[in-house]
Design a protein around this ligand. Structure first.
Ligand code: AMP
Length: 597
């Protein structure tokens, strides 16, 4: 049912009055992008004028863009880390923000191996909530009748810790799901989940996933959309079904809940939901016991209209697998956000993944754009940051933000390309995150981390007079969960020495994992979203062949560098055809929620 034409929006006819208001808000914000940005900066600067950080730059009460840009430096996390550490240690003075820091959000981006701590303030929750409230009104423009069923979303909380002074440190989504904004959200027929809060909020990932899957199966005919935050999460749910369907079917048949689910809140909730349904159990068994899982999503949830998962950026590697399991259902990427700040949304969510563009909402923070090297004409001159409304179509920029919570001119590390405008607000294709070599789930491993991991692991080879002469890596997402593959070419200096055994090389795999950052290790240990690291030893001379191949394709012999990550099929084939032995981590690396520093 469309609402009356007075409420109509240039984006399309809203599905209900609430949607009309949301679409109107998007129109207002995007029509006045520059003015909103000016106001947001003035608001941030005036409320934070007395903070220790801003006072350092002697703005003299100015809140305009020109003064701000001329006096306040562009920074990275490491530049502001001393201030963040002081807040974490209990200094409650107004260091970054005049509003008290309510908690730290732990980013999946790391600094010295540990998650970055992003300060946040209470009212940021309202801002995040506001962005969430825009998503369904936009989706309803493209997909009708989403109020006639439910969404099966696999949502999880992760472990949280406290800083030395007792402030909470946890991922942004954990903070959101545990907030009243989420827990006591008013009923909205367009946003009904099959997963009960009790399951989403259960910290044990097995019990949480088991219950969410069970509820999704029980309500299979009501499910209109399936989702997780990232593509890797949805595939993990499919894998979970592959491993656990016999127990799930048993529960459905008996109307009882698996004894491995011990959480009292879940058990309490589920005893009202479960009743024996042998017919459904038989159906689940019949579908899941088939060898071929192609199209399993639409077989089990036949009314699914789309999958709601992010498949842009590093997650694009999962598109073929999602297509396989869903029989090619549309993939909707609805929003672009981070721990530092929520940025914006996709106004055309049913477009192809390769065409996804996010419209940054100018009310969320003050945004600047650092022209990326490839877009700069004169790379010797210092780059000039560009305002949101002034970016140019086709150019690439790094996102720089100034937030209400006290990050000033902070480089997020994301590279975006402008694809067009909605009104005066630019739309961006997410190009990539800077310096990420390998990523399977939320982990981000850069070149220096990989280098250090190889160095540490190769110490185990010293007693065999063997060293790693060359290496490269590959994110193997054909397995679920995906895992890191590292190709090693070895050199043994002394022919009479013992060669490193299979066990030693297995230990090298574990040693590499121990050296990787805490997000990687958490994915391995707590989330089980990354499989054991694999080392493939290749024949000596393989990397020279790799160079010959690159040169034959036009690389300059003087400038050739071994790529530290590969994904081009002919190169993979070359490497794989030279493998002499394969080794895996036999144990989990160490990880605990406590930070090492
Ligand atoms: P975190 O700080 O752990 O919350 O991670 C935020 C980062 O995830 C962003 O800075 C991006 O690099 C990435 N990200 C978030 N949303 C998207 C998206 N829609 N597409 C691609 N990458 C995204």
């Amino acid at each position: 049912m469309a609402v009356d034409s007075a409420l109509s929006s240039p984006l399309g006819p809203p599905a209900c009055e609430k949607d009309a208001k949301a679409l109107q808000f998007i129109e207002e914000m995007t029509r006045n992008a520059d003015a909103v940005q000016e106001r947001v900066l003035a608001e941030i600067l005036s409320r934070n004028a007395e903070t220790e950080y801003l006072k350092r730059f002697k703005l003299g009460g100015a809140t305009d863009r020109k003064t701000f840009k001329s006096k306040v430096p562009v920074i990275t996390y490491e530049d502001v880390q001393p201030e963040i550490q002081r807040i974490a240690n209990g200094d409650r003075s107004a260091i970054l923000s005049s509003h008290p820091i309510s908690e730290f959000l732990t980013s999946s981006g790391t600094s010295a191996g540990e998650r970055k701590l992003m300060p946040t303030i209470k009212e940021e929750l309202d801002r995040r909530q506001l962005l969430y409230s825009l998503l369904m009104p936009v989706m309803n423009l493209y997909v009708p009748d989403l109020d006639k069923g439910k969404g099966l979303y696999f949502l999880f909380v992760k472990s949280e810790t406290r800083t030395p002074s007792g402030l909470l440190a946890r991922p942004v989504l954990t903070s959101y799901y545990k907030s009243d904004h989420f827990k006591t959200r008013p009923y909205d027929p367009y946003n009904v989940y099959t997963s009960p809060n009790e399951a989403i909020l259960c910290p044990d990932s097995f019990q949480s996933m088991y219950t969410q899957m069970l509820c999704g199966l029980i309500e299979r005919n009501h499910v209109l959309r399936l989702g997780a935050v990232f593509a890797s999460g949805l595939l993990r749910a499919i894998r979970f079904l592959q491993l656990n369907w016999p127990e799930l079917a048993h529960d459905i048949s008996a109307g009882s809940l698996n004894s491995r689910v011990t959480d009292p809140a879940i058990r309490d909730y589920m005893c009202h939901v479960m009743k024996p349904d042998p017919k459904l159990a038989e159906f689940v068994e019949q579908e899941c016991s088939k060898e071929n899982w192609e199209g399993i999503i639409t077989r089990i949830w036949p009314n699914t209209k789309y999958l709601d998962v992010i498949v842009t950026g590093a997650m694009a590697q999962y598109i073929p697998t999602l297509n396989y399991y869903s029989g090619g259902l549309p993939l909707a990427c609805t929003m672009y956000a981070s721990s530092e700040c929520y940025f914006g949304l996709n106004l055309n969510p049913m477009c192809k993944p390769s065409e996804v563009s996010y419209t940054i909402m100018p009310n969320m923070a003050y945004f600047e754009f650092l022209p990326h090297e490839s877009s700069r004409v004169d790379s010797s001159a210092p780059p000039k940051l560009v305002d949101l409304a002034d970016v140019e179509v086709g150019k690439e920029y790094e996102l720089v933000i100034t937030t209400y919570a006290g990050l000033n001119r902070y480089r997020v590390g994301d590279i975006l390309r402008v694809t067009g405008f909605h009104n005066s607000a630019p739309q961006f294709h997410f190009v990539r995150r800077k310096n990420v070599l390998l990523s399977i789930d939320s982990d981000k491993t850069d070149e220096s981390e990989l280098q250090r991991a190889v160095e540490n692991a190769s110490k185990l080879l010293a007693e065999f007079k063997t060293s790693v002469v060359e290496y490269t890596s590959y994110a193997d997402t054909k397995t679920i969960p995906g895992h890191y593959v590292i190709y090693w070419e070895l050199l043994t200096k002394d022919d009479s020495a013992n060669l490193p055994s299979h066990e030693v090389l297995n230990r090298c795999c574990l040693e590499m994992e121990e050296s990787l950052n805490s997000v990687y290790r958490q994915c391995r240990v707590a989330d089980h979203s990354i499989g054991p690291l694999e080392i493939r030893v290749v024949k000596s001379g393989t990397f020279e062949e790799l160079m010959d191949y690159a040169i034959s394709r036009g690389a300059s012999i003087n400038q050739y560098k071994v790529p530290r990550c590969v994904n081009f099929t002919p190169i993979m084939e070359l490497l794989d055809s030279r493998v002499v032995s394969v080794h895996f981590s036999q144990r989990l690396p160490h990880w605990s929620p406590q930070r090492r520093r």
